[in-house]
Design a binder for this molecule. Structure first.
Ligand SMILES: *Cc1c(COP(=O)(O)O)cnc(C)c1O
Length: 664
């Protein structure tokens, strides 16, 4: 593709984009690698991959931000977060001021952040991949905490037309439905490598067009809208069917289709419907691979056949039946089954998840592999830790290109200068965050425990509050505590909403104890806060109910920044059990029974959490006596071990595994 062809395809180029896109520059980044990436995708000699995901958490507010000529429109910025704490005085008067670019709001949580990190590592490695997703016109949702009402979700407004790096294309994709054609506009966003030498294009589908009915226009409003079953079917078919049609319109030459979650399963249906010779499907199927990201039931979609019949033409219904019925007698189309039964290769996202998946799907056990998740080093490393790794460059070498070099930290594990430096780098990160929440008067030398992620049942967001009297007692006897929380709960998740309510009530009751325990919950958890919290905590708390956390990734961001783990044994943590990166507590899953995700084991595990937290606080206050630090403390050994394991838990290693095991 030439520059001229590129701009020719952009809608309203002259009016909206001619300042930011020039023959040399794309929103301040070099344009040549972008054009090269586009060329590779249409080249039949290049083995290209199409990567499908419902959500992408790209975090441009913290990494590789484009620099448009004009200042960023207020519609695409985020100015403040409210805080709910047991230090009321500040809550009433202050907000956390941020004045930052809004994250491109097309993700809800870990699944999206992983897809974003994956695409960034794909670019870093210069692999020819096109990513496909949906342009959510109203994002996921905006979260408000209301005293005595818990979480009150609000629609989020943003402006894709002025979002830096995002451009609308003239192309249209048409999906046939029983209610007439559903027309989709294609957008492009470009994800650059850390050295800006390679690019991974992201295609986003959008139904918000005047030629669609009002109902159709709103299908791509909100991610995971689940008011009724037709929304869910439409959103998934836009990704699968619309995504495949988009590849055709863009003349992509694709060797491998990578489906993330059953969400993208309709891609297989579209492939079959579009084939002139149906017998070719056996060959075509070999190009599909599938990654399953959760053992939780809600993550696996089943639709009744008649609901699909209501929405789609006969040939689509026939194909869905052919590939998605678990048994001949079934009345359901199971999207997970479509993927498991038809893709060449399937993987789980951590070794433990692999084991669980084989128990859940015994018929497919032999085909299920496991590739452990990671995080994108360049996005999640704090500046202070990057400076630390650079300072010890004799040990770490070019760690940006080779994150596995972080393993070499063992060579300097007992070097006193390094131990002092790693602790100082951590304290500097902690100060950065405390400065942002200054009105709440948190202190640098007080043990800070953070928990932030999607608020949903199996993650047990309120475990720490289950025996809050004991935690309080610990704070009075051993040393004060600072606890930071954040997270959104899906608007239709009643259990998640109940957890938020429970947490707010507990916080409220702790008001008179704020001198020994401060608890803050921050509104609108996003990747910006994700980075702030995972870099600044002394201890990252992770307490999902085993074995329902497929992987988890926020702890990986934390270890990269020397932050210790206080975790149940689940997901990725199982692979770091023996590495002394913190503390493991609570119920452990073993054996062939999976158990129930609604039996939360709060009594036993909160007791285990309190007992372990006592050990944590004791070690912390031995190590840090009001700023006088014992550099020989086993606490610092744990920090070093965290960095050592970050050599493995990153998306560069992960994408290399995908390339070897799944894509070729
Ligand atoms: C990393 C991240 C997640 C994933 O957290 P888990 O611990 O894997 O649940 C979710 N949301 C945001 C904003 C993140 O940055």
């Amino acid at each position: 593709m030439t520059y001229e062809q590129f701009i020719e395809n952009i809608e309203d180029f002259k009016a909206n984009y001619s300042e930011d896109i020039t023959p040399t520059s794309y929103f301040g980044f070099p344009i040549a690698p972008l054009l090269e990436a586009e060329n590779k995708l249409t080249n039949e000699h290049e083995k290209s991959v199409a990567y499908f995901s419902m959500e992408y958490g790209l975090a441009p507010s913290i990494y590789n931000s484009f620099s448009p000529g004009k200042s960023i429109s207020d519609k695409n910025k985020f100015f403040s977060h409210e805080v709910f704490s047991n230090y009321w005085l500040s809550d009433y008067v202050f907000k956390v001021k941020v004045d930052k670019m809004l994250d491109i709001p097309i993700y809800s949580g870990g699944l999206g952040v992983l897809a974003g990190d994956t695409v960034k590592s794909i670019a870093d490695l210069g692999i020819s991949v096109v990513a496909l997703g949906i342009l959510w016109n109203k994002g996921y949702f905006k979260q408000n905490f209301w005293y005595k009402h818990g979480q009150v979700p609000e629609e989020l407004y943003w402006d894709p037309h002025t979002y830096p790096g995002l451009v609308p294309l003239k192309y249209r994709v048409v999906m046939p439905t029983k209610a007439g054609d559903l027309v989709l506009r294609l957008w492009k966003y470009y994800v650059y490598s850390y050295d800006k030498k390679h690019v991974c294009p992201l295609v986003l589908l959008d139904s918000n067009l005047p030629e669609n009915s009002e109902h159709f226009r709103r299908l791509t409003d909100q991610l995971y809208r689940s008011d009724d079953v037709s929304w869910r079917i439409f959103q998934r078919s836009i990704l699968g069917i619309g995504g495949m049609k988009a590849l055709e319109v863009l003349k992509g030459h694709i060797d491998c289709y990578h489906l993330n979650e059953g969400h993208a399963a309709f891609a297989l249906v579209e492939k079959y419907v579009g084939l002139k010779y149906k017998s070719r499907m056996d060959v075509e199927k070999k190009k599909f691979v599938y990654t399953c990201h959760t053992p939780v039931a809600a993550g696996h979609d089943r639709f009744e056949i008649h609901d699909i019949e209501n929405l789609f033409p006969d040939d689509y219904v026939e194909a869905a039946k052919k590939f998605g019925k678990e048994t001949d007698a079934s009345d359901d189309i199971n999207l997970t089954h479509i993927c498991l039964d038809n893709c060449r290769h399937t993987n789980a996202v951590a070794q433990k998840h692999g084991e669980i998946m084989r128990l859940q799907f015994p018929d497919f056990a032999k085909r299920i592999d496991a590739i452990t998740n990671g995080v994108h080093i360049h996005t999640w490393v704090s500046e202070n830790f990057a400076l630390l790794f650079d300072k010890y460059s004799k040990t770490f070498g070019d760690w940006r290109r080779n994150p596995q070099n972080l393993e070499h930290v063992t060579q300097i594990a007992s070097d006193e200068n390094f131990r002092r430096d790693i602790f100082s780098a951590h304290q500097a990160n902690k100060r950065t965050f405390l400065n942002i929440i200054k009105p709440w008067k948190l202190e640098e030398d007080i043990l800070t425990v953070s928990w932030a992620r999607r608020i949903t049942g199996y993650k047990r967001p309120s475990l720490l509050f289950h025996r809050i009297e004991e935690v309080l007692d610990l704070a009075y006897r051993i040393g004060p505590l600072q606890i930071i929380l954040a997270g959104k709960s899906h608007p239709n998740d009643n259990i998640g909403a109940a957890h938020i309510q429970d947490i707010l009530n507990h916080i409220d009751r702790l008001n008179e104890h704020h001198k020994v325990i401060k608890v803050l919950i921050l509104e609108n958890y996003d990747t910006y806060f994700g980075k702030l919290l995972t870099t600044s905590a002394d201890v990252w708390l992770n307490n999902p109910l085993p074995p329902f956390e497929a992987s988890g990734t926020s702890g990986m961001k934390a270890i990269l920044n020397g932050v210790l783990q206080l975790s149940t044994l689940d997901g990725w943590v199982v692979e770091a059990e023996k590495d002394n990166i913190g503390w493991i507590f609570g119920y452990q899953h073993h054996g062939p029974e999976i158990g129930s995700e609604s039996q939360l084991r709060l009594d036993e595990d909160s007791a285990a959490l309190c007992a372990t937290l006592k050990e944590v606080a004791t070690m912390y206050y031995h190590m840090n006596k009001r700023g006088t630090v014992d550099i020989k403390s086993p606490w610092i050994d744990k920090m070093v071990n965290c960095v050592r394991r970050a050599a493995f838990f990153n998306t560069q290693r992960m994408v290399e595994e995908y390339r070897q095991k799944m894509w070729t």
